[in-house]
Design a binder for this molecule. Structure first.
Ligand code: AVJ
Length: 346
């Protein structure tokens, strides 16, 4: 397979700085022998809107199942986080001056719609509660803060715009327990090594007795998994194709969306849903701003996402490698989704 490159009349540096990370990722992914694009490229404004729509689909059980678990278990989760702190430090409940209060921190907070259930439980337990949402999207964090200010005024917001995948976290010290949230099966987008690195990055900011609440989708029947990523209303198809539309918009790429098909299949050996965009014909797609022309064979695909599925064992092992020990597992009656509480391992 050859990749045609025009003379570098338009160097990548001529692109707006915000586009340089995108340009680098696209060049790397589409010139590789097996084409791929990183899943974070899904989330422009339109992609974020489509993902919100996905979370409401009947086939996409993940979001509503995790929400139901939070609704049923939030008070117990908060109590268990205090218990973990008490066991490690000997400290009791927060004092009237607020010392020893539990704070919540969230990786990839997004618009934090489910987090409100846990924050409300923390407020019930101790009154005022600090919340540190961390996300790469400034607009998502701003929306989360706006909503929470109105609905839960007892929450003190300390938002941070940061990329917890590529950058070391820097979290302010705190004189009580921290409960870190990494929910929504967001960790499922990463392979084992990267997932471990994310957990260790978080672990480095926590102290003995602090806890992590991890939300993960569980291995289940193939038909149920595949339907969740190939819904009847074709919202997931639009979400997948939007990645190409984004490259057309932001890089001036020439993808003809009618020549790419949405594919989502469960790879049971690898325990993951794999999403692809498959070219229905042999074609060249030009990306002028990158001086690239990308050849596609009929049936050749771009791998756009992995969504890993877990078992109680694989969750425990992953957390162990990341520096955490499981203390509680919360799930739904159908065992579709797991919410796991783990403590910082000594
Ligand atoms: C946001 C990564 C949890 O993997 O289920 C939904 C993204 N992709 N439908 C998932 C997604 C297609 C979602 N996560």
């Amino acid at each position: 397979m050859s990749t045609f490159s025009a003379p570098p009349e338009t160097p990548a540096t001529a692109l707006a700085p915000a586009n340089s990370a995108i340009a680098a990722a696209v060049r790397e992914g589409l010139t590789a022998p097996r084409k791929s694009l990183p899943a974070w490229l899904f989330y422009d404004a339109e992609g974020s809107r489509l993902f919100e729509q996905i979370t409401l689909l009947p086939e996409y059980y993940l979001t509503r199942t995790e929400r139901a678990i939070f609704q049923a278990e939030a008070d117990r989760i908060i109590a268990a986080a205090f218990q973990s702190w008490h066991q490690a430090t000997g400290d009791g409940q927060p004092t009237p001056d607020g010392a020893g209060r539990l704070r919540l921190l969230e990786l990839g907070a997004g618009t934090a719609t489910k987090t409100g259930i846990l924050l409300a439980a923390a407020v019930r337990a101790q009154g005022e509660t600090e919340y540190l949402p961390i996300d790469v999207s400034e607009s998502a964090i701003a929306e989360a803060c706006l909503t929470l200010t109105e609905t839960l005024p007892q929450v003190n917001l300390q938002p941070q715009v940061a990329n917890y995948v590529t950058d070391d976290l820097a979290i302010a010290l705190h004189d009580g327990p921290t409960l870190a949230l990494y929910i929504g099966s967001s960790i499922g987008n990463f392979g084992h090594d990267e997932a471990v690195a994310i957990l260790r990055n978080l672990r480095a900011q926590l102290r003995p007795g602090d806890t992590l609440l991890l939300g993960t989708d569980l291995v289940k029947d193939t038909a149920i998994l595949e339907a969740a990523y190939c819904d009847a209303d074709r919202v997931t198809e639009a979400f997948n194709l939007n990645m190409l539309r984004r490259l057309n918009r932001e890089l001036g790429a020439g993808f003809d969306l009618s020549t790419f098909r949405h594919v989502a299949r469960y790879n049971r050996e690898a325990s993951r849903i794999e999403m692809h965009l498959r070219s229905t014909r042999t074609q060249q797609v030009s990306i002028p701003s990158l001086n690239l022309s990308i050849p596609f064979q009929a049936g050749e695909s771009i791998h756009t996402e992995n969504s890993y599925k877990f078992t109680p064992d694989s969750i425990r092992h992953l957390l162990r490698e990341g520096g955490f020990a499981v203390t509680h597992t919360y799930t739904d009656p159908q065992n579709y989704f797991a919410v796991t509480l783990a403590t910082v391992a000594a």
